[in-house]
Design a binder for this molecule. Sequence first.
Ligand SMILES: Cc1ncc(COP(=O)(O)O)c(C=O)c1O
Length: 415
Amino acid sequence: MDYFHYKGDEAYCEEVPLRSIYESYGSPTYVYSLATLKRHCERLFDAFSSYRTMLCFAVKANSSIAYLKEVFSSGYGADVVSVGELERSLKAGIDPKKIVFSGVGKRAEEMTRAMKLGIYSFNVESAFELDLLAEISSSLNCSVNICLRVNPDIDAKTNPKITTGLDATKFGMRLAQIEPLLPIIRDHKQLNLVGVACHIGSQMIDMEPLKNAASFMVRMAGDLVQSGFPIKLINMGGGLGIKYRDEVPPSLDEYANVLLNAIRPTGLQLVIEPGRVVAGNTGVLLSSVIGVKSTESKNFIILDGSMTEFMRPAFYNSYHDIEPVKSDLSGNGTEIFDFVGPVCESSDVLGLDRSLHRPQAGDLFYIRGCGAYGASMASNYNSRVRPCEVMVDGSTIDVIKEREALEDLWRLERF
Ligand SMILES: Cc1ncc(COP(=O)(O)O)c(C=O)c1O
């Protein structure tokens, strides 16, 4: 459920016509709906309200500070994977005690900063990381909460590029790698093993793998308790999928039940790290047509948005609905078009084989489902400036990130 809709034949975000956003701020522009974001935050909270659950928003999904402020003020903690995400979260007002730090390769200075802040826990993903944490915590004389991130070798049945719980992926540790670490943890005064963590993949629709992962984690937690580690939490990561096209994801209650049925009997705290399910449908990318061209086999609509601003279709072959801002472009007499951007890559595709009336230069479109892994993945490839981001609240528009200026492209260069 979101608040992007048509009034007559014009597309709106809440009470604001998308066209007026284009007229004021140009394109490509990310447009977020605050009502949608608040609704998603609340609904997910409600689904877990019957049990001690800490919800830590995966900052990588959308890391704009004003956006994070809204998420954190709904009671969410943060799951960060770099010191950059950590500092952004602090700027957005998070309490460091609500931060979990994931990631396969944390650097010493990142660990040091997080440790000094007293974050909730580090998800440790390798032996070398444990060594480094042990060394830093000793030198700072600072005790640190750690969770062991496990790789349960369970196929999340999602896109291979966002599958993270298989042995062939770089994430987490197998049980055999964890066992030799336990004596090290036991002997180290500053390391508190507080839990176990996993994240088996993203955009999961089938809940069976998550159910299996939860059983795996419960068994592992039980074994650790038996071995004398008084752990207090199980972190099940993020991963719940959303509807981009014809997927039928489970309801939030179904998702919560899969996790709670497994975790509740343990009495341990549940931590989750949702990203996409909170942010995905809160945002669209507004884009205008530069021109339309055809070859013998294809028709192309060249938008001013591209893989540089929105990478998912090029990166993951992901599908996103692309809707006209003025809806009379669909109906009889349509042709088949590929929506592409101006970037010099054949993979610069935003949507393939879409049926619509031939648009003209200047017509506006909006790409749906861009609130997660959209702006946060934008780059400057082809020396393109990163786009403007606006947050709509009823009939109010707030610019939460200005479009970069050309000068920003070489601001850090020395020549
Ligand atoms: C460790 C970890 N936690 C949480 C997430 C968020 O996943 P999602 O956006 O699918 O909820 C990710 C995404 O890759 C992740 O790597």
